[in-house]
Design a protein around this ligand. Structure first.
Ligand code: GLN
Length: 239
């Protein structure tokens, strides 16, 4: 399924293309998956199903090469610690501030939040929302739910919550994509703030690729804008 470099932390210099019969894309964007801990392999496989090129990111060099980054589910305490140990925390924050699309799922969503209830180390402090870790209870309180998906189009989205965090509040400007129920007062479980997206469940564990499609679209838009910025002035320039 995914290349076998999970335990080796050596530089991964090859671009790993996961194409498992999904729509072929132009190949113009590379979607990174932070591969320090957690279910990054499942995200890479899901990206492969939508025809995206994937790079597992463990180094700053790899981070520089991507047009978007997924921070997977896992253990937010561990990922936070490893991000610092691998010198990736500051560079990720810098690229996010410069517009790089980042999508955090579950532990990744926790790490994106500006305020985290019960995380004893710094996260990334990027999305103005408050998130509480393990707020539905312990592993045994994990659950699945069908979310109505007006924002995404199509039918309900089946969502798997594993020791999930709860989004307790979001600031103005944070768009709620999905809630745990049809009413406005139901709590958000998928949000977007400009180029940052957070979901408290695990879309990479189901066959529904709508959120991966959405994120790859964000990466394509970012790459296109970035390319047009770096194109030298057209003919006639005095350069
Ligand atoms: N409970 C985990 C944490 O706090 C998140 C669980 C997950 O990513 N599935 O980091």
């Amino acid at each position: 399924m995914v290349n076998g470099t999970r335990e080796g932390m050596e530089l991964v210099t090859e671009l790993t293309t996961h194409s498992t019969g999904g729509a072929e894309r132009s190949g113009s964007v590379v979607v990174g998956v932070l591969a320090l801990q957690g279910d990054f392999a499942e995200h890479a496989a899901a990206l492969g199903r939508v025809g995206a090129d994937v790079l597992e990111v463990r180094t700053v060099e790899e981070l520089k090469r991507v047009d978007g980054l997924i921070i997977p589910g896992g253990e937010s305490t561990t990922i936070a610690r490893l991000m610092i140990a691998y010198g990736l925390r500051e560079p990720i924050i810098e690229r996010a501030r410069a517009g790089l699309p980042i999508w955090g799922t579950c532990a990744g969503a926790i790490l994106l939040a500006e305020e985290i209830v019960t995380l004893d180390r710094p996260g990334l402090n990027l999305v103005p929302m408050t998130v509480e870790r393990n707020a539905y209870g312990r592993q045994i309180d994990s659950f699945e739910a069908d979310l109505s998906s007006r924002e995404l189009g199509g039918g309900p989205l089946h969502a798997i919550f594993i020791r999930a965090p709860r989004i307790r509040s979001v600031a103005e400007g944070v768009e709620v994509l999905l809630r745990l129920g049809a009413e406005q007062e139901h709590e958000p479980v998928a949000v977007q703030c400009d180029s940052l997206m957070a979901t408290t469940f695990h879309p990479e564990l189901t066959d529904d690729t709508r959120l991966h499609e959405r994120f790859v679209g964000m990466c394509e838009a970012y790459a296109a804008a970035d390319a047009s910025r770096s194109v030298p002035a057209a003919a006639g320039g005095s350069g």
